[in-house]
Design a protein around this ligand. Sequence first.
Ligand SMILES: Nc1ncnc2c1ncn2[C@@H]1O[C@H](COP(=O)(O)OP(=O)(O)OP(=O)(O)O)[C@@H](O)[C@H]1O
Ligand SMILES: [Mg+2]
Length: 407
Amino acid sequence: MALAYSYSNLAYIANEAWQKERNAIILSGVQHKVDMEKHRAVIQKSEDEVSHQKFLLYSVAIGLLIVLIALGMFLSQQGKLKNTYTKLIQSEKMAVLGQLSASIAHEVNTPLGAIKSSSEESIEAFPEILTELSWLMHTLNKEDKKAFMEFLVTSNPAGQTLSTKEEREIKKKIRDTFTELGVENNRYLADRLVQVGIYDIQPELATIAGHPHFGKLMQLTYNILNQQRSNQTIHLAVEKASRIVKALKTYIHTSNSDEMDTINVRDNIETVLTIYHNRLKQGIQVVKNYDDVQNIVGYPDKLNQVWTNLIVNAVQAMDNNGILNIGIQQQADYVVVSIKDSGKGIPIAIQSKIFDPFFTTKSKGEGSGLGLDIIKRIVEEHNATISFQSIEGEGTTFYVKIPVNKM
Ligand SMILES: Nc1ncnc2c1ncn2[C@@H]1O[C@H](COP(=O)(O)OP(=O)(O)OP(=O)(O)O)[C@@H](O)[C@H]1O
Ligand SMILES: [Mg+2]
């Protein structure tokens, strides 16, 4: 009995121990599971974080890519714009050169015409002069020859041209003096003398007035002085033609160079005025008001374009008739160029638009509305400024203020 009890007690103890062991195992399993869960949660959290980081990274990369693409597009657009702008300037230049060619052809043709007629006159008159001189040698006595030569040497023909009224008055005075001196055919002789620039009767002329061959002597005088006149005309015409050719050369030379240079603004403007002389001379009075100013540094070609466009605008605003004032002044470290016209002025309503590209009030073919836009860009390239004042019905003045050596 006691054995049975002990045995069952032992069995109970053993069972209890086993139960404990089992519970411990179960507990440790549960603990392990909990730990596993915890680890899994941590891992999950890390994974979430990693994917979040990845997402952020991808977003940044995509953002960067978009920025890069946009930048590329912007740069290529800028390049295209610059290209278009360069082409615009180029085509403006070509249009100006086209207009100029016609003007230049006309400008050079005028002195060439003068040279042609003067040289023809000279060639024709020369044999006649030789005949008359040989007559003079044989016919006149020593004193008469001396008196005639003295008159010729001192005759000093006037260079200035006369108004019709002045010419009429001078001819009348000469005729009256000839009448007093008893000279016949005085109307014809007075006309010829005035033609070669003799505007009054000097004592040397009065001395020979009584000569029996006075008419013939005056004819010889006319031929000799006319020869001199023709030579002067030829000389002036050649000077004029070479001035135009020189200006054209300067203009074309600068039109081909995109390089910065030291610029004398006065020469720069004078080149444009010489080139445009033909267009201006028809009804425009050009008044120049130039001070001695410092040289500036810039693009001569581009500045030519500024003056050309401003002058053309002024001439168009005046309908080819009026006064064009061009001023060059020094103001502290700036050279200020003013171009003033007596044209129709700019209405207040459009004053804020005139620098806009393609804004024009001119008919098709006369204006494209690019002149002032191009001028503005060129002015900005020179760190300069452009402004204007305008009164409707009275005229407009444009001012370009360029810094000296500040490029
Ligand atoms: N001196 C001026 N007097 C009156 N209006 C002017 C003057 N200069 C410019 N304008 C006005 O400003 C507008 C724009 O001038 P802009 O030079 O830009 O173009 P445009 O002369 O019309 O054409 P483009 O110069 O391309 O041949 C002109 O159409 C005109 O209405
Ligand atoms: Mg214009």
